[in-house]
Design a protein around this ligand. Sequence first.
Ligand code: PEP
Ligand code: MN
Length: 338
Amino acid sequence: MIIVLNKDATEAQIQHIIERTEKLGLKAHISRGMERTIIGFIGAEDALRMIPLEVFPGVENVMPVLAPYKLVSREFKKDDSLIKLDSKATMGGKKLVVMAGPCSVENHDGLLSVAKKIKAAGASVLRAGAFKPRTSPYDFQGLGEEGLKILHSVGKEIGLATITEVMDPRQVELVGRYADIFQIGARNMQNFSLLREIGQTRKPVLLKRGLSATIKDLLMSAEYILSEGNFEVMLCERGIRTFETATRNTLDINAIGVVKKLSHLPIVVDPSHGTGSWGLVPSGARAAVAAGCDGIMVEVHDNPEEALSDGAQSLKPDKFASLMEELKAIAKAIGREI
Ligand code: PEP
Ligand code: MN
């Protein structure tokens, strides 16, 4: 059961609700968002029927939510959520948001060069990792804070919002100082202390689906972030592990429709990690847009041969620019825009 409070509910009204429900032996879970405060009583439907919460001062709506994910569910919010990324880009509306850039921040000039080209092609968010979750500890691990500084300065110079991965709860403050959007990578989708820490911030976050995570697992992880009060969450399908070995991962196009049905949160598709090979990225991206995603994330590098990570799946800027033209036409055909 979830209680949505009026925008102007007072602290005294909130305390009154809590006192009354505590007398029934229930534990209230309060989320104070920027827009509204929500009180959740998970698994407490029967006990709550004993008091008419609808008539309590400050209460706007009382809702039973059957899905195990509550705040994330369509039952909780029927309209699509709009996530404001910066003064120009909003995710979840008619216009799709394109995020592009190299897998990793490698150096200032390389990032600047790619940033100019992706912006000219129509992207509005610059992606690049400074903390890299590599399978081997001997592989390039990212430039750390130096990388964050480069990303921040290039984003400002070119006029693009920036997104970068945060891997550890202890990095949240540092990464938040430099980036506009947090990325939680596939390997950390169930790093629950990280999810909670990000939930304490009010910055947008892109939560990537885990390598072997079901859509329900992804939604439950998003619930951790929302339950702490941060509603600025975007989900990301980036391919999952299956028995198929011809591609790095299996891009689950079904996830787009399923997420749209079950949740109000926007869904982004990453065909770069979803396929693992640059030649397959355009078809994955086209399919994702046609299926109704809200944004795509694509790895782009000037010289993929020399890339310090994920060169094999990185598009060169000219290929990215022609993909963008195709995507614009597909978006138009289904009543969207890029
Ligand atoms: C990335 O975006 O470079 C990345 C590491 O993604 P994922 O977490 O999906 O593997
Ligand atoms: Mn990558």
